[in-house]
Ligand binder design. Structure first.
Ligand code: ARG
Length: 249
């Protein structure tokens, strides 16, 4: 009994030091937890394993950040468009879902420091000849709420674009020839193409995009606490190492 109490006290002291090292004046929806919305259809950034755990680059980064901040990660899985809304409606402290930093999203949440840069890519069947030049003649599959959808609709109009709630369903549609191609973040396109036979990934000329976490607006202390850890992980090469570990090539 005594041993147990001592162990608990030690654990509490450890947590307290860990927290105080990062001037923990932040608050979270549920004390001691970092509640995050995510759409886990986005390997290698977030995906679900056979046991239903959310795994990937972002869960790995968040595990390290939470450990430093004395928080327990609490993942809420939902479609991407809902995940984007969750911080604003008080359901999540942050959206952690491969979110591209965009000016128009800054009214919805406060972005942390960005940690990776990607491009949109086209994924199609190997025997198709689809490039930026004839993309407008294709039926393009996208995920609802994504930058891929925004670009495709802006450039080629709604009629050429089919929006799915998840990339998993979008890729199923591609396999079944319901769409000609998918516009998706390149690392994610590569991850799908590596598991679905007969697909190829084609580069686009769309601008580079940066990923960051979207923290609920006004929770500046939380953004700063996350940034302090995240920037350390970028600087010491941990972020790069985690990305390489989860990437296909
Ligand atoms: N990076 C793109 C965006 O922010 C796509 C993100 C989709 N994320 C996901 N977990 N399905 O719009």
């Amino acid at each position: 009994m005594m041993k147990k109490i001592v162990a608990i006290l030690c654990a509490m002291m450890l947590t307290l030091t860990a927290v105080s090292a990062f001037a923990a004046d932040f608050t979270t929806i549920e004390a001691g937890k970092l509640t995050m919305s995510t759409s886990p259809d986005f390997p290698p950034f977030e995906n679900t394993d056979d046991d239903g755990n959310i795994i990937g680059i972002e869960p790995d980064l968040i595990a390290l950040i939470c450990e430093k901040l004395g928080l327990e990660p609490n993942w809420l899985a939902m479609d991407f468009d809902s995940a984007l809304l969750a911080p604003q409606t008080g359901k999540a402290d942050a959206v952690v879902s491969g979110v591209t930093v965009r000016e128009d999203r800054k009214t919805q949440f406060d972005f942390t420091t960005s940690y990776v840069s990607i491009h949109q890519a086209i994924v199609c069947k190997e025997d198709k000849d689809i490039t930026m030049d004839n993309l407008g003649e294709q039926t393009i599959g996208v995920q609802n709420g994504t930058t891929g959808q925004i670009y495709a609709v802006d450039d080629f109009g709604e009629d050429n674009v089919v929006a799915y709630n998840t990339y998993s369903v979008a890729f199923l549609a591609l396999t079944n020839d319901q769409v000609d191609c998918i516009v998706v973040d390149d690392l994610v396109g590569k991850a799908y193409a590596a598991t679905i036979p007969g697909l190829k990934v084609v580069e686009t000329t769309y601008e580079a995009e940066e990923f960051a976490f979207g923290v609920s607006k006004g929770n500046t202390a939380l953004v700063e606490a996350i940034n302090e850890v995240l920037e350390g992980l970028i600087a010491d090469g941990t972020v790069e190492e985690i990305i390489l570990k989860h990437s296909m090539n």
